[in-house]
Design a protein around this ligand. Structure first.
Ligand SMILES: [Ca+2]
Ligand SMILES: [Ca+2]
Ligand SMILES: [Ca+2]
Length: 146
């Protein structure tokens, strides 16, 4: 899990978040567009989704899941990608404050450090949204792999 862990010490802290954001935008005052965001996070998430698909086998990537909305997220506008999930004010940009939100969500014990376990739990909670864009690619790969 190297996503966000800029100094690769195995946990994510607020400094890692900021470093990561600035690396992918022009400055801390800038914001990320959809393509900038997807460009730097896709492979990390693809790996996670692929691994969890291999482990789960039957699961979220079946086409049936696409139409069924098991729990829903409470209100009518359901995010369909991680970008939409993070873009809280729906202006099609992710700014630094929005970028920090998942960190707060991940940090269950609020000690300003996010461990690998906390990241995995968060990924699993949001797995349907995160993995949906990769579902087709993974399905193809798994079929080849059998
Ligand atoms: Ca770190
Ligand atoms: Ca926004
Ligand atoms: Ca924590």
């Amino acid at each position: 899990m190297t996503w966000l862990d800029g100094d690769l010490n195995g946990e994510i802290n607020p400094r890692d978040i900021k470093t990561h954001f600035i690396k992918n935008s022009k400055s801390a005052n800038d914001s990320l567009s959809r393509s900038e965001f997807n460009g730097h996070s896709d492979n990390e998430f693809y790996t996670f989704c692929y691994e969890s698909a291999v482990i789960a086998r039957s699961g979220w990537f079946s086409p049936a899941l696409k139409s069924s909305t098991k729990k829903g997220l409470g209100n009518s506008k359901k995010p369909t990608s991680l970008f939409d999930l993070l873009d809280l004010n729906n202006d099609n940009r992710i700014d630094l404050q929005e970028f920090k939100q998942p960190f707060k969500d991940m940090d269950k014990n609020s000690n300003f450090k996010v461990t690998r376990e906390e990241v995995i739990r968060w990924l699993q909670t949001n797995n349907e949204i995160i993995c949906k864009p990769h579902a087709k690619r993974i399905a193809i790969q798994l079929n080849n792999w059998k």
